[in-house]
Design a protein around this ligand. Sequence first.
Ligand code: SF4
Ligand code: SF4
Length: 145
Amino acid sequence: MVAECTTSQLLKRVAEIYDWLDSQIRRSAHPPVQCDACGKCCDFTRFDHRLFVTPPELMYLKANLGGENLKPMPTGLCPYNTDGKCAVYDYRFSGCRIFSCKSDPDSQSTLTESTLKKLKSLCTEFHIPYHYADLPTALNTPTNP
Ligand code: SF4
Ligand code: SF4
């Protein structure tokens, strides 16, 4: 467990990674990626899709939930999808930001690799064990961050 002041530094760094990622997505998308925000890809079973997350991302989401714990995920639908909309949009995971059913999978893979490299080195720097777990596993593990 990281100390409180260290945690706030870590959260700030995750926010910086997300800012960097969002700027990369904006810059690389020519023409701009059209997403209908239909929320269908948040139902991983129906969409036949998987989302992998890392500890700093889970810590960042949890820290921004106003004291609530992370929700478990009993079905294939992300528990933060409410009526098709993301209830934690500003704090959503890097995979949620990168994935689009309407853009090039190769550029998504490249961006995923670069983002994971940053998140992994954050774990090393802050002495957090690195895991790359799919969302149900991460949310259903009682010891999640
Ligand atoms: S965090 Fe938001 S965008 Fe990501 S899977 Fe869940 S509902 Fe969808
Ligand atoms: S990426 Fe595709 S499936 Fe996901 S919300 Fe956007 S349009 Fe819907």
